[in-house]
Write a protein that binds this ligand. Structure first.
Ligand code: FEO
Length: 400
């Protein structure tokens, strides 16, 4: 148990060894499930719990600290990495009420079979006194689910936003000790978890901006004792601005698409466009997601398999479609042997992206002079589109 400020403690668990979340998202640096205990002069509140695999750690921390009574368990978010230990906590503290939004109450009943009479539902802005400490509940939907709220501890000016502003980072330091390291982890987290909800986050940032926050204590990763660092990073990520970058996830089976990718990447570099190339046989999905946060353009490099797109490239397209980056342009380069609808199929997999499709370059067999010329033309087109965005102030880092 570690102290943030007098009467406020971190009692959750560090998960050094976890390497995958949702059986999808790589966690190269592990994670933590932060739970916070707030001792007021009259009452005690536990903010969030931990993943069910770490219930013993949470209970061990509470027992070691001699906590015999908990009045409130604030469940900011129903996802099990924070709510999973609530049933055990309710058994241990039979008088505790679970403080939730109305939506979260129903989700916890559905997910964890918690009895209806254990809940206390709170509205946006409602407060709850612990004596000398006051919890103010702030509804922040879609960071990460629609039911999510945060808590502002008024006297100590600490905001507890659950997933919002978090990072999957296991570490022994309670507070941020290296901003560059945490920036990378938080950006990866934003890309994988938060990016689909960019518009909702813009609203939530405005709401959070109205609070006089001196510290942000999220439910994953270290606590921010300089909150402007992460708030400013979020403002940048959710802004409408994109960068002069092309993300190029690709697969090549017999070398034709690879030759096109290599030529095209050189063409982009010659035009001073930043390129992030990902061979999808070995790419880290998290790195790919991070690259999508601010790139202006995605180009998929894809061979044709059984008349359609290579499944690994289809997977990258589906992933981008789910993450909804603010990308402005998409194109496709690749090859085919005897026919098929590879490009049409890939286009059909990205309906959520509000992008303009630039004419694909598809070679029959290995690429010939005409195909390389078409790739040069596509690079010119991307440069022109990026410059146009630059003139509209929608893009940074490009020389006109
Ligand atoms: Fe950390 Fe959406 O749960």
């Amino acid at each position: 148990m570690r102290q943030l400020k007098p009467g406020i403690y971190s009692v959750g668990a560090i998960d050094w060894d976890r390497r995958l979340f949702d059986e999808l998202i790589p966690l190269p640096d592990g994670t933590s499930y932060n739970a916070y205990l707030i001792k007021g002069t009259d009452k005690i509140a536990l903010l969030d719990t931990v993943d069910p695999t770490k219930t013993e750690v949470l209970i061990g921390n509470l027992v070691k600290a001699g906590i015999e009574k908990i009045n409130y368990v604030v469940a900011h978010h129903a996802e099990q990495d924070h709510s999973g230990a609530i049933p055990d906590i309710l058994l241990l503290y039979p008088d505790a009420k679970v403080v939730v939004t109305a939506k979260c109450k129903q989700m916890l009943i559905d997910l964890l079979n918690i009895d209806e009479d254990r809940f206390l539902t709170v509205d946006d802005g409602q407060t709850l006194s612990l004596g000398d400490k006051t919890l103010q509940f702030v509804h922040i939907p879609w960071v990460h689910w629609p039911e999510t709220m945060g808590t502002f501890l008024q006297e100590d000016k600490i905001f507890f936003p659950c997933d919002f502003f978090g990072s999957h980072l296991a570490g022994s330091s309670l507070f941020v000790d290296s901003e560059p390291v945490v920036y990378e982890a938080a950006k990866r987290y934003y890309a994988e978890i938060m990016m689909p909800f960019r518009a909702a986050i813009q609203n939530n940032l405005k709401k959070v901006g109205e609070l006089e926050i001196e510290m942000i204590a999220p439910s994953h990763g270290p606590v921010y004792n300089k909150p402007d660092f992460i708030i400013d990073a979020y403002k940048d990520w959710v802004s409408d601005n994109v960068k002069n970058e092309v993300v190029l996830p690709y697969i090549s089976m017999h070398g034709s698409t690879r030759k096109m990718v290599e030529h095209f990447v050189d063409a982009l570099i010659e035009r001073d466009i930043t390129v992030k190339q990902f061979n999808l046989t070995v790419a880290d999905v998290g790195e790919l997601a991070m690259s999508l946060v601010d790139a202006a353009t995605i180009v998929l490099g894809c061979p044709t398999v059984l008349a359609g797109a290579h499944p690994k490239v289809a997977y990258a397209a589906i992933l981008a479609n789910a993450l909804r980056p603010k990308t402005k342009f998409v194109s496709i380069i690749g090859s085919y042997g005897w026919g098929g609808k590879m490009a049409e199929q890939l286009k059909g997999l990205i309906p959520n992206l509000k992008v303009e499709l630039l004419t694909p370059v598809i070679a029959k067999g290995c690429p010939k002079d005409d195909d390389f010329a078409a790739l040069e033309k596509l690079a010119d087109e991307i440069l022109a589109r990026h410059r146009e965005l630059n003139r509209q102030d929608g893009l940074r880092q490009i020389a006109d």
